[in-house]
Write a protein that binds this ligand. Structure first.
Ligand SMILES: *Cc1c(COP(=O)(O)O)cnc(C)c1O
Length: 384
């Protein structure tokens, strides 16, 4: 039967569950809170979150209020943590829905307390300590003052102290160890102010896969659950890629030597060859830069074929002159396995001069998500 999709992302939820098991072993007893922001890094937050819930996950991290609401609308009842800074307009919809939020300043503590009080609700907050990212969070020296402010606000409940490390090399970097020590000191001061123990979390994927020593009460892995370890390769980690990105040949054309292909003739056929047009472009998340002598390749009938010419909004062109029997409708693999060969997200990201995170997050809305496996029944072509 002809392939029903122009471009599709196969998401292997069994591989996701395998990765979750690997991460749980690495977490050494700390609770694992998968971070499913950005539509689960492009893989589809609803199906991935339902898989997490079925696997006994007790909390899921998201980036903002709209992502938390989208999960609730998708029927996910797992407690959620908005890691970032919520804005006022997001707060009313989050109250009473088992959503906790990151807290990043004393002023925000007062404002969040006021919004929660007005609604007659309580709001659980996780105070972020800025140990070196220089982005969100309060500086370590301000922690005692802010926890005291939270303690005075009856509508707020301090659930945890958190930190987020900037180095993608994780525990391997001396700097991360110093930042972790600063976090631990801030936690001790907060506990002295409050007269009780406060749960902590700070580890992302890089921390977990570089054997960070003190992991705290929970860990927040994202990218590793999708089978990707940007800095560390990952082959020996036991993680498996969960994403395959595929399309099909929609058009074939034989061209003589010297034929320019694509916008601005950025590539010219050096010999007579055959050009396949693929119905996927930068609107679908294929970086425009891949079309500029990036060396990017796709797999057609298990054979590597170079991307040639500029990437268009809706199309990619590849040279298939060396692929025997290639035909319209053939499946084309941009990421994933075909026969003996495999292209990883990391390979494509390198060719595009970007990071794997950006590549998967940018998978467009037109790319059909097709799920397989998982602990729960998910429609084969569930909406993203
Ligand atoms: C995205 C994010 C994570 C997960 O990071 P990975 O590198 O994908 O494991 C953890 N914590 C915070 C605060 C984040 O924003």
């Amino acid at each position: 039967m002809a392939n029903p999709h122009r471009a599709w992302a196969e998401v292997d939820l069994d591989a996701f569950l395998g990765n979750l098991a690997v991460v749980r072993r690495r977490a050494r007893g700390a609770e694992v809170w998968p971070v499913l922001k950005a539509n689960a890094y492009g893989h589809g937050a609803g199906p991935v979150a339902r898989t997490c819930a079925a696997a006994g996950v007790r909390r899921i991290g998201v980036a903002d209020g709209s992502e938390a609401l989208a999960l609730r609308e998708a029927g996910v009842t797992t407690p959620l943590l908005v890691l970032g800074a919520v804005i006022d307009s997001e707060v009313p919809d989050l109250l009473g829905r088992d959503v906790e939020v990151g807290l990043h300043s004393e002023a925000r503590a007062r404002r969040l307390g006021e919004l929660a009080r007005r609604a007659g609700r309580r709001l659980g907050v996780h105070l972020e300590v800025d140990v070196g990212m220089g982005r969100l969070g309060v500086r370590p020296e301000a922690v005692p003052r802010v926890v005291a402010a939270v303690a005075e606000e009856p509508a707020l409940e301090l659930r945890a102290l958190m930190a987020h490390f900037p180095s993608s090399a994780g525990w391997g970097r001396e700097e991360t160890r110093r930042q972790h020590a600063a976090f631990a000191a801030a936690v001790r001061e907060a506990e002295a102010v409050l007269g009780r123990r406060v749960p902590t979390h700070c580890a992302n994927s890089a921390s977990l896969f570089t054997d960070m020593e003190a992991l705290g009460d929970a860990v927040r892995p994202g990218i590793s659950l999708f089978g990707i370890l940007p800095r560390l390769g990952g082959a020996e980690s036991g993680l498996r890629p969960i994403l395959s990105l595929r399309t099909q040949v929609v058009f074939l054309k034989d061209v003589p030597a010297g034929t320019p292909v694509g916008y601005d003739g950025r590539w010219t056929a050096p010999r007579p060859t055959r050009i396949a047009t693929l119905p996927i472009g930068y609107n679908d998340g294929i970086p425009w830069r891949l079309g500029v002598s990036s060396g990017a390749e796709v797999l057609v009938r298990g054979v590597r074929c170079p991307v040639v010419g500029a990437i268009s909004m809706d199309y990619v062109t590849v040279d298939v002159g060396h692929v025997p029997g290639v035909g319209v409708g053939d499946v084309v693999t941009l990421v994933g396995r075909d026969g003996e060969d495999e292209i990883r997200v990391l390979d494509l990201a390198r060719a595009a001069g970007t990071i794997p995170y950006e590549l998967t997050c940018r998978l467009g809305a037109r790319v059909r998500r097709v799920y397989k496996g998982g602990a729960v029944a998910v429609p084969a072509a569930a909406p993203a």
